[in-house]
Design a protein around this ligand. Structure first.
Ligand SMILES: Cc1cc2nc3c(=O)[nH]c(=O)nc-3n(C[C@H](O)[C@H](O)[C@H](O)COP(=O)(O)OP(=O)(O)OC[C@H]3O[C@@H](n4cnc5c(N)ncnc54)[C@H](O)[C@@H]3O)c2cc1C
Length: 481
């Protein structure tokens, strides 16, 4: 008889694990708090506008391909991934623009204009980050613990991947201007951490977005969880939506999930819900104080007409980037002049809005709710004006006049909707003391056959990495017998 696995949560991590294990012949059952799959990779539909509410960048497409080939399926039968060009635009507060193209020779011309000599240093930066990526990539498919340190391979690795240097310092080695240092470290914000605190090895994200390029799934990001749900379903995984797990425990050699409609028992269990929430709320444990990523204030706009000038991905940088980062991560106050991100998926994919209309998704990093000293709602109107004015200036429009539909998502909503501690959008922070060996392992140290998959465990957050965590857990369960 097939062994049974229960999974709490159908985020991309839970779905990817379900697909792998169902493919491997396990009986898989998923329990999800919400009415649909996807977790943070969520879709909101209103008046013909399809807003992807969470992730918008598909980086490292080879991690997605690995999952489909593990399940002996063709990714093309599920997802139409298109590489986008230009990759993104950075709009500085003085009006300067850096366009990052798919073709690096064009990007280098832009860099040279901003900082003479930067084109050559870009090549050096990419060489260095490629070297680090070569060392890091195999580790993304491994759960490492202190015991792993017995393996001589890991000795000296921290030096080779520049673990003790910050992402910011690494960029500083190659670029002189603050403008370019920020342009090559902003990706840290998408892990919810300041580039001043993120270890230099996270620069592999810059490497992947410049070298491997950025993709978009036609039909929207929500196609990703739908594809995984379909693939898992094809192999027999069963889904229970609107069915939050309330307690996880072990008894008589089985793992037990207490949930809304009773209790389920299985040979193995995996929790995809946020790690800290799982420890305190589902396992009723006390946890040491951990560090959490920043939160985000999200605004979704459906516009009556299309805007010119914006690319698919746009980053508007604060006039004082250091102050902006310090306010979010150190002072824990709502920034007075925030950097923000504008996603316009309709540039690539008009199917996401009614004909002739645009979607604008605004992401403004703000402090998480752990000992936050500020109330976002007090600043909401000011933030909205500031962000709208910058977009208006850039596009030559009056955004407020163009809005047909508008939705908001607040730090508190990450707790209410997804059970993410302190509304920390990206889960546990990716600083040195919470990376690799120091990040929660993918297995429970006390309860046998209980595993963790997803952004707050190893190897970390972001869709490709969460997919890698599902491989780690699937391998562990197969090895367990
Ligand atoms: C605004 C935003 C922008 C982002 N941008 C990018 C990007 O551009 N590119 C990228 O790669 N990544 C991005 N990310 C990160 C990426 O979305 C996440 O790392 C990834 O989606 C996390 O997946 P997960 O499976 O670990 O967790 P989740 O998506 O959080 O899924 C966990 C699931 O568990 C469920 N759950 C919680 N409690 C229970 C319970 N008690 N019982 C049952 N179910 C429960 C939740 O409802 C949820 O469905 C972004 C995230 C956000 C929020």
């Amino acid at each position: 008889m097939a062994k049974k696995v229960v999974i709490a949560g159908s985020g991309v991590g839970g779905l990817a694990l379900a697909a792998r294990l169902a493919h491997d012949g396990y009986e898989v059952e998923i329990f999800e708090k919400l009415a649909e799959c996807g977790g943070r990779n969520h879709l909101l539909e209103d008046s013909g506008f399809k807003f992807d509410m969470g992730p918008s960048f598909v980086l490292m497409p080879d991690f997605f391909e690995e999952l489909f080939s593990y399940c002996a399926e063709n990714i093309e039968d599920y997802l139409d991934l298109r590489v986008i060009d230009p990759s993104y635009k950075i709009i500085y507060s003085d009006g300067d623009i850096l366009t990052v193209h798919r073709d690096s020779s064009r990007t280098k011309k832009e860099l040279e204009r901003i900082e003479p000599g930067a084109a050559g240093r870009f090549d050096d930066f990419i060489r260095e980050t490629a070297r680090i990526y070569g060392l890091i990539r195999p580790l993304l498919y491994k759960c490492v613990t202190y015991k792993s340190l017995a393996n001589p391979y890991y000795w000296g690795l921290s030096g080779r991947i520049r673990a003790l240097e910050s992402y910011w310092r690494l960029a500083r080695r190659y670029f002189k201007s603050e403008k370019l240092c920020y342009a090559f470290t902003f990706e840290a914000m998408f892990m919810g951490v300041s580039p001043f605190n993120a270890p230099a090895f996270y620069s592999v994200i810059s490497y992947t977005d410049h070298v491997q390029k950025i993709a978009h799934p036609m039909g929207g990001m929500y196609r990703i969880p739908l594809a995984l749900e379909k693939m898992a379903g094809k192999f027999g995984a069963r889904f229970n939506y609107n069915c939050p797990v309330e307690e996880v425990s072990a008894g008589k050699g089985k793992l037990l999930f207490r949930h809304k409609v009773g209790q389920s028992e299985a040979d193995y269990a995996a929790v995809n819900a946020d790690y800290s929430y799982t420890q305190t709320d589902l396992l009723k444990r006390k946890i040491p104080e951990l560090k959490y990523s920043c939160s985000t204030y999200l605004v979704y706009l459906g516009l009556k007409k299309k805007l010119d000038k914006l690319a698919h991905h746009n980053l508007f940088f604060s006039g004082n980037l250091t102050r902006n980062l310090n306010q979010i991560f150190k002072d824990k106050t709502v920034p007075d002049d925030p950097s923000f991100y504008v996603h316009v998926p309709t540039v690539t994919d008009p199917s996401l809005a009614p004909a002739g209309k645009d979607i604008l998704y605004l992401l403004i990093p703000v402090p998480n709710l752990m000992r936050s000293r500020d109330d976002l709602l007090r600043h909401e109107e000011r933030l909205r004006k500031l962000v709208f004015n910058k977009i208006n200036r850039f596009c030559g429009c009056d955004l407020a006049d163009l809005i047909e539909v508008e939705h908001h998502f607040y730090p508190q909503d990450f707790i209410g909707r997804y059970n993410i501690k302190y509304g920390a959008t990206f889960g546990l922070a990716h600083n040195l003391t919470q990376s690799a060996f120091f990040r929660p392992a993918n297995f429970d140290k006390k309860i046998k056959n209980l595993y963790y998959v997803g952004a707050s465990t190893q190897p970390g957050g972001g869709l490709p990495v969460v997919i890698a965590s599902s491989r780690i857990v699937a391998d562990m369960i197969r090895r367990a017998g």
